[in-house]
Write a protein that binds this ligand. Sequence first.
Ligand code: FIX
Ligand code: ZN
Length: 545
Amino acid sequence: MKTTFPKQGSPRPESTGAEVLEIAQISPAVEDVLAATPFIDIHTHLFAPSFGKLGLWGIDELVTYHYLEAEFFRSSHTQPEQYFALPKTHQADAIWRALFVENTPISESTRGVVAVLKAFGLSTDRSDLSEARAFFQAQSLDAHIRRVFDMAGISAVVMTNDPLDPEEAPAWLNGIPEHPQFRAVLRLDRILKHWAANWQVLAAQGYKVDAQASGKSAAEVQRFLFDWYERMRPMYMAVSLPDTFFYPAETLGNHLLAEAVLPSCRELDLALSLMIGVRLQANPALRLAGDAVGRADLRSLENLCRTFPSNRFLVSVLSRENQHELCVYARKFSNLMPFGCWLFMNNPSIVEEITRERIEMLGASFIPQHSDARVLEQVIYKWSNTRRTVAPILSNAYRHPRRHSARCHAPIPLQRRNVDEPQRALSTYLGAALFWLQSTLQEAGNRFCQSARVVCLGHGERQAPRQAVPLHTQRVEKVRPPHGVFRKNRIAEAGLHQALDRFCVFRLHHHVGHQIELPEKLIDNQANVASFFTLARRRSRAQST
Ligand code: FIX
Ligand code: ZN
């Protein structure tokens, strides 16, 4: 049984002569909707307040973020062991002095801290952190979280929860109240990558596993995952994998992946997130800041998607060189969903490059970004950066879909409704950005389809170079908005003909790529990603009750 992301449900209504956007209106419309659409942040290291000290927030945590520690060790003579021997506030003072006072904060991470201070109306050029500390100490966490989520334009975040983390596991075992804005994920690094150091923890909890993960171990690991599914109700399972990861290969990790994790994901209808390409602790002295990147052999993805067609894979890759391959594999396997620009990729210039490439190769069938925030207030600048970076790329995609191929200059007769419509739907769906991208581009796609049909080149037909394009005037009438729309939008009718004439035909599938339709029905008032079959089951259950 092949699990893919389900096809679009009801076809969208033919566009009427509703408000068509002028070229100049496209960017503001796109920015409007991006600003007004609350996103769901599908990968963070944030924690709900009930996890206590595990949840990091405030100026000392912001300034000692491992991205800044890496930059600090480049701009200071302080050795890592000296730095890590300092109390947190002294570490923050040292970094503030080195990167924000003695140097100008121009790197992406330092600018992030400046953006957060600005967002709260705090000074950014103080020689010390006393004003900022006083401000954050005065905040009550629950209200602060709500305010920060509002400022970031996000409705919920997905945590990273490790059932074998000695600090975190007791909280779950003692029972954690659900928090509407913090969803869980079952993180499996200790099981899939560090079994030797962790199997005894499972054994101590009564699971019959052994050091070789032999015998009943895989089944027992499944039992362990089901038990934690009941505790956490995770959105998906996840693991980060090194650049040397390869599947298939005779490793204990791959054995547990194939015999325990993937079957559990199938049974529980959960996607498995693979974050591939980190070279852990390339410089251990820097601790969290010590990880590096390596190019991975993504044929593993090809093998996994083909070998386990009923599993869904949410994938982010760390190496720049792997980004293109990931897009290509996503075109081959609909059970593969690329997401986010991870860690060293999360810089505007690279996010722009990756997002542009993904739109060109995948249309809207990907998740553009996640924040990977480790400190609460980071979501403020990470999501404003994303909105700022993605807006022009999307506007451009509407304005000049094929500018670079110089084969098409016709503006898309985009209607405000194309841009607004997703807004209504978005905030209730996981990955709003994705969904938003979906439907609007879908609309755009449909218009291209219509136009392609008008110039009567159907699916797979190619236009020979300099072949004249037969024009069906009646069909042009059908798609061309009524004169009223021209007048109302002051578009010179004449322009349309030339535009259509110049309309080079590019092969557009009648179906504009895979579309995700998430269940309208919410679970506990929360968005939930469910496969088609769960959807069907829920709908039949709903009909039977
Ligand atoms: O494995 C991960 O989830 C990574 O995102 C982190 O380990 C990494 O340290 C990080 O903070 C990335 O932003
Ligand atoms: Zn992460």
